[in-house]
Design a protein around this ligand. Sequence first.
Ligand code: FAD
Length: 436
Amino acid sequence: MRYVIIGGSAAAIRAVEAIRSVDRRSPIDLFSDEPTPLFSRVLLPYYVAEELPKKLLNFRPLTFFEDQEVTSHLGVRITAIDPESRTVTADNGQNFDYDRLLIATGGSPIIPPIPGVEKKGIFPLKTMQDAENIYGSKGKRAVVIGAGSIGVESCISLKRKGMDVTLVEQLGRVLPTVFDDRASAIIRKRMEDLGIKVNTGERAVQFQGNGAVSSMSTEQRDINCDLVVLSIGVNPNVELARAAGLEIGELGGIAVNDRMRTSAAGIFAAGDVVETKDIALDKKSINAIWPCAVEQGYAAGLNMTGKKVLYPGSLRMNSIGNFIGQPAISIGMVSAPTETGGAEAGEAYQEVTRSSKDTYRKLILKGSRIVGATLVGDTQKAGILGVLIKKQIEVGEFVPLLMSHKLNFMEILPLIRRHSDKFSEPEYKELMDTGL
Ligand SMILES: Cc1cc2nc3c(=O)[nH]c(=O)nc-3n(C[C@H](O)[C@H](O)[C@H](O)COP(=O)(O)OP(=O)(O)OC[C@H]3O[C@@H](n4cnc5c(N)ncnc54)[C@H](O)[C@@H]3O)c2cc1C
């Protein structure tokens, strides 16, 4: 068997580990157009903030490819896939045969067509080179465009670096797809307390500057700046797959089945480039987060070896963490759909909330199942809620306990026992066997 993997990040590396857990001998060729291997993008904001040295950004040792007997082609881009002849073509002109191919090409930051966006000093934050560009900036005044997770973390990074930071977001709140109004307001206040200027409901329309950026205009104001970070979203890198005739889903990601197989024989896909069924939303979604890429990569890798492994679906999980000094996490659905917001007829959603000055906790229930959880201030038990959402457990009378700040794993043991068929993993069996 010959394996070829396109991509060298979360999904790709986990796929290598899955393949090698079954097949130690077959050749694996891995291609990444990024020259820097094995670093975690999740940690880039910490690097930019000068809180983590470069050598601590790696999520696997630099000997990984050698240890796993993988031929790595770093800085090499795959330009075409031919599913008929089962070959890929690299930008150095070489062709490589495969029996099983994984497309783990991730996503690319969206560069908005704003006049002046090509000026020096304007960067996305995705690659190590982007991080170096921002890290190395001598600027004093930064503007971050887009208040998603990467935008908010970039603001904190640049503030910690000592810069004057302004955030511009065209929607009405920070982290608009991650948190509801209440949670978002707590995060916004925290950002403002840190000295970050937050402008929501404002659209960037022009960059000014002679070569390098010196100011940015929104519809409301001009903001002087010498550094701009663009974080308005990511598009899945599907061009190779599309050109090879693979099916692209309705959301623009590569369509895969529940074994992570694409529409072409022998070709699998995983990570930010695919759309999968979201367990909480019960519909297709592109959940472009690290844990999903890791799980999908692993499932894809095992299936590539011939094992039959089902990928149960993805679950969105976004945390702002201690980086902002205000732990906050949301899992699954952000807000219960309203009648006008598309809830299907007959579906009963309920939001249960509890808040104090700095803390906020919300569960969204669909019938007796949790389909969304938001925790701000105290996030310690988020893991338990994540498991209950993922395993689609009917929580029934346990809701008051799950809303409690003092939620203890032992207290929900009866719930786990009641659904023991869904908790077959060794760690749960062990727990249930304790007789507690
Ligand atoms: C700054 C930042 C912070 C983040 N923080 C978090 C966080 O806190 N929590 C979280 O869960 N997620 C976070 N994410 C998202 C997370 O990093 C991604 O979900 C994850 O990296 C996806 O992994 P992937 O393997 O699917 O793709 P990617 O990491 O995008 O990697 C794909 C790789 O394939 C390469 N490639 C693409 N096309 C080709 C080609 N034709 N030939 C060769 N190589 C190719 C790309 O250059 C890239 O190196 C963050 C992302 C960024 C950028």
